[in-house]
Design a protein around this ligand. Structure first.
Ligand SMILES: Nc1ncnc2c1ncn2[C@@H]1O[C@H](COP(=O)(O)OP(=O)(O)OP(=O)(O)O)[C@@H](O)[C@H]1O
Length: 652
């Protein structure tokens, strides 16, 4: 029986029309295609499309031998509109022109694998499900359904299986005080754990078929063994609170900071992941107050140690004699001690970990923890451990170390962060700079390895490219990053600006940083020493002259220096055209895309180099003299990211 519905078809909104286009993956459609998506008759679809066209919202074209086609009036608006496509079998999501919030949501459970051009490709790996910062599977699935263009039962079943694997083993504290490992089933204990753990070293004695007493001093190893076997362990043990220490935070924590601290209190360990400037350090003080025990804070550089010291004095009830610093400059162990990773990683300073009954270890810039400190952390499993990171993805992808030795990411309420305006999406532009001259290009062609990278990074034409950018941003607060000492000095001379490097005395650096913070200075040239956490909250523009060969995280940190909540922040990355810098630039900034940063690319405007007349004579005399290449990178500062630490400030 056919029921003819005399009432007019329900109208079709422009949003529904555009969603249909997205579902169909097309920008021009026929009524029958739309009928399929709307699950209505062809006639009804035609009627609804015609009504939308009559309302002047869409257009149609009579294509002679083909049916009428319909398309949005402003095809441009569509082309810049966010468009998501799911490939369930590959567990991939492709997003064109993703918005910042979309990228932040995807970063909760998916790994950004490519972002060249406008399409961002995310893949969901098993470890992404394991580390998804949710207490319940339903919460994870809700976020997925919110951000994925369609539901996929097949994908959700896979996610559920991975989630299950991450909840098959639990470490707990037995009522008699010893540490036990519990499995979700006898089989898992027998076929997975007991096949891999060492009887005696790891396993002390069986308690039941699914529960064993384990060696508490081997917990770090046990976690790693089971993680590598595909079973990340939930750590629900009661942890030591160390010698009691009463700490109060004298700032009102923001909603998302309180949420971080509450989640940490229930999990006892974990990582706060939030954009630079979002308040992780202050939230860590909240965690210190919650634990109420003596605290060891580990940071990547001496400058940052000084900054933590100041922040603790400013924002907590701690008195000056309760806080000490432990690094090249001073060796004071106090109830709250801030030490550099370099010092903490050295055997002759291992007493740092054992000298006091710490209740909490804080790892700042957790992706920066050197291997020897990670190894030492394996012995600290009885303590509360907190990581802070703006970019949790390690260059060498050692998420497993962070997960097993410190803890899983603790959920970040991105919506609250964005609503509170603590994430300013910076514009990042890669500017491709031509060679200064044939000589410089030939030098690149004839060099190899590190020197080749160096020649590309220190292309003299970059000086003019920086000068042009400074002229475009007169009055803005600008940081120019130069990894190579000679390039930093060349920029300093050409632009008459100070160059802050690890070679500069600590005191002089502080003076320049303070002048920048207090607006007595607009522009600074800095080397790696400025990468980690040095608080230059009012930087508005970052120009990366060199340092692309470093790592993705440096790119994020540099963007971070301009991602402070100061409205629109800009970052220019100078890459020499036709060299490996182009690939580095795209690879490094792809990582930033996963943190909600939009990347554009363009060629630097051609400019004639400004040559100092005095140099003109000098150039004439030895223009054929081979240069020995540009001086080495500034490894004299403390934030050397290699695992064999060097310490610019003479840490013993
Ligand atoms: N709850 C708060 N109330 C007032 N100010 C705050 C609060 N939380 C953070 N701030 C301020 O915001 C700035 C950045 O905070 P914080 O240093 O904690 O951020 P961060 O995420 O640790 O930055 P980075 O990643 O660079 O280390 C600081 O000046 C801090 O004093």
């Amino acid at each position: 029986m056919v029921v003819t519905d005399e009432s007019p078809s329900p109208s079709l909104s422009l949003d529904e029309f555009q969603s249909a286009l997205q579902r169909l993956g097309r920008s021009v459609v026929t009524a029958s295609q739309v009928a399929r998506v709307l699950e209505c008759s062809h006639a009804e679809a035609s009627e609804r499309l015609a009504a939308l066209a009559d309302a002047g919202r869409i257009a149609s074209a009579d294509v002679s031998d083909d049916p009428v086609v319909w398309y949005p009036l402003d095809i441009e608006a569509l082309s810049s509109r966010e468009h998501r496509i799911l490939f369930p079998e590959r567990r991939e999501v492709v997003v064109e022109h993703p918005r910042q919030f979309t990228r932040a949501q995807l970063a909760q459970f998916a790994h950004l694998v490519d972002s060249s051009g406008d399409a961002y490709i995310y893949r969901i790996r098993e470890e992404d499900v394991w580390q998804a910062p949710y207490d319940h599977l339903e919460d994870l699935l809700r976020t997925m359904r919110d951000v994925l263009p369609e539901r996929s039962p097949h994908l959700e079943e896979w996610v559920e299986r991975q989630w299950g694997r991450a909840h098959k083993f639990t470490l707990a504290t037995h009522e008699d005080g010893y540490t036990v490992l519990r499995a979700a089933s006898d089989d898992l204990m027998g076929n997975v754990a007991l096949q891999r753990l060492d009887q005696g070293e790891h396993v002390r004695a069986p308690i039941s078929d699914s529960e064993v007493w384990v060696a508490s001093e081997r917990v770090g190893e046990i976690k790693r063994i089971l993680y590598d076997a595909g079973y990340p362990v939930q750590d629900d043990r009661e942890l030591e609170s160390g010698d009691p220490l009463d700490i109060e935070v004298e700032l009102d924590l923001r909603e998302y900071q309180r949420s971080w601290v509450e989640r940490f209190e229930s999990a006892h360990s974990g990582v706060f992941v939030g954009p630079p400037g979002s308040g992780k350090t202050v939230a860590a003080m909240g965690a210190m107050a919650a634990v109420g025990g003596e605290t060891l804070v580990l940071v990547p550089s001496r400058d940052l140690a000084g900054q933590w010291h100041e922040e603790l004095l400013t924002h907590t009830s701690l008195s000056r004699d309760q806080i000490g610093e432990y690094h090249g400059g001073e060796k004071n162990i106090r109830p709250v001690t801030v030490a550099t990773y370099q010092t903490a990683g050295m055997d002759r300073h291992r007493s740092l970990f054992d000298d006091r009954e710490w209740g909490l270890i804080v790892y700042d810039e957790v992706h920066h923890v050197p291997s020897n400190v990670f190894r030492r952390s394996a012995d600290l499993q009885a303590k509360h451990r907190l990581g802070l990171s703006a970019t949790p993805i390690r260059e060498d992808d050692r998420e497993a170390d962070i997960f097993t030795l410190i803890g899983p990411p603790i959920g970040t309420d991105w919506a609250a962060l964005f609503d509170a305006g603590f994430v300013a999406e910076p514009e990042v532009e890669i500017r491709y700079v031509p060679w200064a001259d044939e000589y410089a290009r030939n030098e690149y062609v004839s060099s190899h390895g590190h020197e080749r990278r160096q020649v590309a990074a220190t292309n003299p034409a970059k000086v003019e490219a920086v000068r042009t950018l400074l002229e475009d941003h007169v009055g803005s607060k600008v940081l120019i990053f130069a990894d190579y000492l000679d390039q930093g000095e060349a920029l300093s001379k050409a632009l008459d600006l100070p160059f802050v490097s690890g070679e500069m005395r600590h005191r002089r650096r502080q003076v320049l940083f303070d002048e920048f913070r207090t607006d007595r200075r607009d522009t600074l040239i800095i080397s790696r020493v400025g990468d980690e956490g040095i608080d230059l909250p009012n930087a508005e523009v970052a120009i990366v002259a060199s340092g692309l060969g470093g790592s993705r995280r440096q790119g994020a940190q540099r963007a971070g220096r301009t991602m402070r909540p100061v409205g629109s922040a800009l970052m220019y990355v100078l890459a020499t055209r036709g060299t490996n810098e182009e690939d580095f630039a795209r690879q490094q900034l792809r990582h930033l895309a996963g943190k909600g940063i939009r990347v554009t690319e363009r060629d630097a405007p051609q400019v004639e180099p400004v040559v100092d007349p005095s140099e003109e004579d000098a150039q004439g005399s030895d223009e054929d003299a081979p240069t020995d290449g540009i001086g080495g990178t500034d490894t004299s500062d403390e934030t050397d990211t290699s695992d064999t630490p060097t310490d610019g400030d003479g840490d013993e």
